[in-house]
Design a protein around this ligand. Structure first.
Ligand SMILES: [Zn+2]
Length: 201
């Protein structure tokens, strides 16, 4: 969703301020709400923080614009780094780098699955935006860029300054409505279900 160049038809400018701040937070919010489904008491907070970071990693591909990589290329924006395979590789790499030992709380496979879903959720949300190119979910096997049939989220403007424009406010509203609100509802329902399932004292 971040910075996905309003129409996708024009080349993005090679500017410095290309990140949509709200979008980065929205990806993290989505990741944290997924974390609520995996929550086990005693799990290190590091797991949730790293999950939130995982959800932002795919947009590192915007660096490619500086090096002349075009939007629709393999390494272009919403390309390979937004794919499901990348999410699996990223989750595995994060496990190897920081979660080799068994931790209290959540087991290693659920932690991997959480990191995978947090990373993959990024592409899913981008595919629900109304601008830019679609997401290469199946790269490198299929380079086609996909959108979901339902795209209610406004694509975010490029740069923090433009974020405070009318368009920026529209984006913020749509992200609050279509990402933050469902995320809060998911967390609430998981909490309610767990409360119901817990044996009463
Ligand atoms: Zn993205």
């Amino acid at each position: 969703m971040e910075d996905c160049i309003a129409t996708g038809l024009i080349s993005p400018p090679i500017g410095r301020d290309r990140s949509g701040v709200a979008s980065v937070f929205s990806h993290a919010v989505a990741a944290l709400s997924i974390g609520a489904c995996f929550y086990r008491p005693g799990t290190s907070k590091r797991v949730w923080v790293v999950g939130a970071v995982c959800s932002m990693i795919p947009d590192l591909d915007v660096i490619g614009f500086r090096f002349g990589i075009r939007y629709g290329d393999f390494w272009g924006h919403r390309g390979f780094t937004h794919s499901l395979l990348f999410a699996a590789v990223a989750a595995s790499a994060v496990m190897l780098m920081g979660f080799r030992r068994v931790l209290p709380g959540l087991g290693r496979f659920p932690i991997w699955m959480y990191f995978f879903l947090a990373t993959a959720s990024h592409g899913l949300l981008d595919a629900m935006t109304d601008g830019g190119l679609g997401v290469a979910f199946f790269s490198p096997f299929d380079s086609h860029r996909y959108f979901l049939p339902w795209r209610p989220i406004h694509v975010s403007p490029i740069g923090a300054a433009r974020f405070f424009t009318h368009r920026g406010l529209e984006v913020l509203q749509s992200e609050l409505l279509w990402i933050w609100l469902p995320a809060a509802l998911l967390v609430l329902s998981v909490w309610l279900m767990r409360r119901r399932a817990a044996p009463s004292a």
